[in-house]
Ligand binder design. Structure first.
Ligand code: ZN
Length: 184
């Protein structure tokens, strides 16, 4: 998940980029052809997946032991967020979306991302993609969100159901978390 903030050459004409004040802040741009690296935040879809009455949390192969989170992924060109959530869920767990309701939109400025979080009711048989190594099914009242990223979506979802929100701290060593999340 690169936000593209490490461009050194113009992707259009290959001229080395320069740092200049442009449209209100310092930006990398190409003095030759005028290309500007706007570096806008990238939308990330997140799914709080309800499956057989419990919430499915998954562990990415690159993450530390014990770290479980929501299903997340980038949108593809031309798809709606709802279609993107359904596609990601299918790719990563083989489950099908029965319904998807927006929980909210959350900043994740640390990675220059914007999280669009859904509560998804899913059906089918869980079969993880190679990206994921393990999953847990957690009773909603036992979820423990962390204080950033998708954890905030999880906490809002819990509050809306009058569930007590008990935050936990992120594990100290994180390989490459998609966008924060929650742990069982
Ligand atoms: Zn250029």
């Amino acid at each position: 998940m690169s936000s593209g903030d490490d461009y050194r050459f113009c992707p259009r004409c290959a001229t080395p980029l320069v740092e200049r004040e442009h449209a209100g802040r310092k930006r990398s741009l190409c003095a030759a052809c005028g290309w500007v690296h706007w570096d806008n935040p990238l939308p990330v879809l997140a799914a709080l997946v309800e499956y057989e009455g419990r919430i499915l949390l998954a562990r990415n192969a690159a993450w530390v032991e014990g770290m479980f989170a929501l299903i997340t992924g980038f949108m593809e060109r031309g798809e709606t967020p709802e279609a993107g959530v359904a596609r990601e869920l299918k790719e990563e767990t083989s489950l099908d979306v029965v319904r998807a309701d927006l929980i909210g939109v959350y900043e994740f400025t640390r990675k220059n991302e914007l999280i669009i979080a859904y509560h998804v009711e899913a059906t089918g048989t869980v079969q993880l993609s190679e990206e994921l190594v393990d999953y847990r099914l957690v009773a909603p009242e036992r979820l423990k969100p962390w204080r950033t990223g998708t954890g905030l979506a999880m906490a809002d979802w819990m509050r809306a159901r009058n569930l007590p929100v008990d935050f936990i701290d992120l594990p100290a060593r994180i390989a490459r978390p998609a966008a924060g999340g929650g742990q069982a």
